[in-house]
Design a binder for this molecule. Structure first.
Ligand SMILES: Nc1ncnc2c1ncn2[C@@H]1O[C@H](COP(=O)(O)OP(=O)(O)OP(=O)(O)O)[C@@H](O)[C@H]1O
Length: 255
């Protein structure tokens, strides 16, 4: 992204964003409510065009490419997408049908490669035992893992995760962080962007961070240089103390 603005009416949702992601990088995007994180992810997911500036995705320039060709190359999970999944849909089919970029299993034909890839992903994300159950009967943690398995099904080149830790209990969060950490360090995994409000959710193995406040980038670059008490305090607008131990971060208000 180069000099990107997103403007709606009088509001600047994003202003002057410059951001480059290379395939081996794993980025965390941090910022308070309303900072523009979801808007940034929609740009990265070819779901939104910038008002000004240029967005290049997977070698294509937005505005000069058919977004319907680009979108299957990008895996995305978000609360908005999760709401579109039919509660009665069989969990295994939620993952399987992603190969066709549809929600729910229709009359498509799945070959043995689709079926075995879905089976591997269900197993990797710990939801194989509940693959027969309707999606609506799953816990929040199980749903989050199914959505990530679904996003990975088309073997995307870029994986975008919008607040996958939201609504999870401590055990669910820790399980998710550890699975995301495994995915981050897997050599053939896609480039990854994880949006979160909480430094506790940064998976070990993530390499870079972008901090957003009021639509503007406060800092971006290698994780250890960007996720600092000073930069986080500026981003969230309150004095914060930060600790790092075994690759995990914790933050609390200072004073
Ligand atoms: N179509 C729109 N018109 C006007 N303002 C909008 C529009 N869409 C989003 N906004 C505003 O833009 C700002 C950024 O929204 P966005 O959802 O990107 O933030 P966010 O960082 O993801 O927030 P949260 O952490 O609460 O999910 C918010 O103040 C939101 O109200």
């Amino acid at each position: 992204m180069s000099g990107v603005d997103v403007v709606r009416g009088q509001s600047h949702l994003l202003r002057g964003v410059d951001w480059t992601i290379t395939p081996e990088q794993r980025w965390v995007v941090l910022g308070p409510n309303g900072a523009g994180k979801t808007t940034l992810l929609q740009l990265a997911g070819a779901l939104l065009h910038p008002t000004r500036g240029e967005v290049q995705l997977l070698g294509e320039t937005m505005g000069a490419v058919d977004v319907f060709e680009l979108r299957p190359r990008i895996g995305l999970t978000s609360a908005a997408l999760a709401q579109r999944i039919e509660p009665g849909e069989r969990t295994g089919d939620v993952v399987l049908s992603a190969g066709y970029a549809i929600v729910g299993r229709g009359r498509e034909r799945y070959d043995i490669h689709d079926l075995s890839r879905a089976a591997v992903l269900l197993q990797q994300w710990g939801v194989q035992a509940i693959a027969h159950r309707p999606f609506g009967t799953l816990s929040e943690g199980e749903r989050k893992r199914v959505q990530i398995a679904r996003a990975l099904m088309p073997d995307p080149e870029l994986l975008l995760l919008d607040e996958p830790g939201a609504g999870l209990d401590l055990g669910g969060r820790e399980d998710l962080v550890s699975r995301l950490s495994d995915l981050a360090t897997y050599l053939y995994a896609p480039a990854q962007v994880l949006v979160t409000h909480h430094v506790e959710e940064i998976p070990p193995g993530y390499t870079h961070a972008l901090l957003l406040r009021e639509g503007a980038v406060v800092a971006s670059g290698p994780l250890s240089q960007v996720v600092t008490a000073e930069a986080l305090s500026e981003t969230f607008g309150l004095p914060l103390a930060l600790e790092r131990s075994d690759g995990r971060y914790t933050a609390r208000r200072q004073g």
